[in-house]
Design a protein around this ligand. Structure first.
Ligand code: NAP
Length: 542
């Protein structure tokens, strides 16, 4: 939104330096309507001095914008911009595009005639340089008359580009935006707004979208859910996305702060894999998970090839794989045994796998300090959630003697019962009271709760009281699954008492590497993953 001409031109220069091809100036607050000569001159200056070709949009208040003058005033602006070359208040370099709402265009024959006179189209006798983008927005929900709106835009002969944008109700709305692009009769922009809309914005090139919008900085987004240019170009590698790009993501709630897109997109770039990895927010309920996964997988043009699955959907994935009759699913041993899976792999023939890389990831991390066999090794785990299930299964399958302590004892008992019922395990598994921690005689202690995690329920807390490790064996290995911060209060205690410690990064990188290898069939660039994880933990830079 332009508030000050200098600042808007500086931002346009920054957008160009950041890799933008086109800049949109929202002049709703610059131009006040008929007779506003200063406003006209300011908009003309924006067009003339913009370092990039530009779209001029003066959005009416009735369409969610800030212009509250009348239509005649806006028509005067469009005429000056598009067809006024040579007149005192008109730009020497007309805007490349003028955006006008479909509803405005349809309001009267007089408006249609004025718009037609200002832009280039097939029956335009003059040599004009501005083209018309005809747009429709719904900031609340999917318009009920979506197909009719598109048909009405198509029937406007003076428009060169159609633009439709609406607030997505779920990830599934993005698929409808892709269908609109697939069936377009002229260059089209079809975008979903809001927290569910990123898919439509980032994947526009896959479906032939005319353009996508990005903001210069987070706070400057002109629509909710809009990525920044840096996120779009550097994190999601917008320029590398094409029709054959395979789509991956992280399914969870919330997912906005996941580090996985940073790792996997960098890994795809590094290995030359034609894929993109996006946050895929799915509300916590089973029905949402089920409907979304069906939709993503069944919309074949999406080339949905896999996903990480995180809180709270890991158990939903196992249920989905067991109940879904429309595809062949297989579960790996840990997913089968623990009832929790964190990875979907869609094979080229459509067969699907639900696998668990948390367990093997934790094993790989533990092996950095304990390389030999785990047979008979006493391991105490704090927590009995999704991660604890996978780790307990992985350790017991390696022969360890696992004790599970949980705040809610019932949940630990259930975990033990489920794992034992899944079949005979080489190791043993039992539930214990957290208070008995000091008497358990363990060689490895692993925190599987979010205690100590930034943004978690108890970020400054430690899963054990201060001094608890003082009487533990000197070679007790203390491991935390939390990776943000790298040194949790529990690990600080381990370091202070001289016990070997393993932070959550090793597990995070190992589980991500296993996912990457399952999707791409190529070795994961683990050093790169480590470096990127550290960078993202210390900066907020995409
Ligand atoms: P989850 O299913 O929600 O389970 C959370 C567990 O923590 C439950 O056992 C819960 O006990 C316990 N808990 C939560 N808050 C607690 C508190 N204030 N005091 C005591 N216990 C508490 O979560 P999850 O998927 O298992 O994830 C747990 C942790 O593992 C998270 O911090 C996550 O970041 C980490 N993780 C790390 C990796 C990695 O790659 N490094 C991978 C997966 C998970 P109740 O049953 O009593 O509620």
């Amino acid at each position: 939104m332009v508030e000050e001409i200098h600042a808007a031109l500086d931002d346009a220069a920054l957008a160009q330096a950041s890799g933008a091809d086109l800049v949109e100036f929202r002049v709703d607050q610059v131009y006040q309507g008929a007779g506003d000569e200063d406003g006209l001159a300011s908009v003309a200056r924006l067009c003339d001095e913009s370092p990039l070709p530009c779209i001029i949009t003066c959005r009416a208040a009735s369409e969610g914008g800030g212009y509250d003058g009348d239509d005649a005033g806006r028509a005067a602006l469009w005429e000056h911009l598009g067809a006024g070359a040579g007149t005192r208040l008109s730009p020497k370099h007309p805007p490349r595009y003028i955006d006008v709402e479909l509803a405005t265009y349809q309001r009267s024959a007089n408006l249609r005639q004025k718009i037609g006179l200002a832009v280039d189209h097939d029956s335009q006798p003059r040599d004009l340089h501005s083209s018309l983008i005809l747009s429709a927005h719904d900031f609340n929900t999917r318009p009920a008359n979506l197909s009719r709106l598109i048909a009405e835009m198509d029937s406007a002969p003076v428009a060169r580009v159609n633009k439709i944008a609406w607030n997505a109700r779920s990830l599934r709305d993005n698929l409808e935006a892709f269908e609109i692009l697939q069936h377009r009769a002229r260059p089209t922009i079809a975008l979903c707004m809001g927290e569910f809309g990123l898919l439509s914005r980032a994947l526009a090139p896959k479906f032939g979208g005319f353009l996508t919008f990005a903001s210069l900085r987070e706070a400057a987004a002109t629509a909710p859910g809009q990525p920044t240019i840096r996120e779009l170009l550097n994190l999601y590698r917008f320029r590398a996305i094409g029709p054959a790009t395979r789509v991956y993501g992280v399914i969870g709630w919330p997912v906005a702060h996941s580090r996985s897109p940073h790792l996997h997109n960098a890994g795809f770039a590094h290995t030359g894999h034609d894929g993109v990895y996006l946050p895929l927010p799915v509300p916590p309920e089973w029905e949402h998970f089920k409907a979304t996964l069906h939709a993503l997988r069944d919309f074949s043009p999406l080339d949905f090839a896999g996903a990480s699955v995180t809180i709270p959907h890991k158990e939903h994935l196992v249920r989905f794989a067991r109940e879904d009759r429309s595809r062949r699913w297989s579960l790996d041993t840990i997913a089968e045994c623990s009832g929790s899976a964190n990875t979907i792999v869609v094979e080229p023939d459509g067969a699907c796998r639900a696998i668990n890389t948390d367990g093997p990831g934790a094993l790989a991390a533990l092996r950095t300090r304990l390389p030999g066999s785990l047979a008979g090794v006493p391991i105490t785990m704090l927590g009995a959630g999704g991660a604890a299930r996978a780790l307990a299964a992985a350790f017991a399958l390696e022969g360890a003697a696992v004790a599970v302590c949980n705040r809610t004892r019932d949940r630990a008992d259930r975990l033990v019962a489920d794992l034992t019922a899944a079949g005979p395990l080489p190791g043993t598994i039992r539930a214990a009271d957290w208070a008995d921690f000091g008497r358990l005689g363990h060689h490895v202690l692993i925190n599987c709760t979010p205690i100590g995690m930034v943004g978690g329920p108890d970020p400054s807390g430690s899963s054990l009281p201060l001094g608890s490790l003082d009487h533990a064996p000197k070679d007790l290995i203390v491991m935390d699954t939390v990776y943000n911060p790298v040194e949790t209060p529990l690990l600080r205690m381990a370091h202070a008492s001289g016990r070997p410690a393993i932070d959550g990064r090793a597990m995070f990188v190992a589980q991500a590497a296993l996912q990457f290898e399952a999707w791409t069939g190529r070795p994961a660039p683990k050093d790169l993953f480590h470096r990127i994880l550290l960078e993202t933990l210390f900066t907020n830079r995409p």
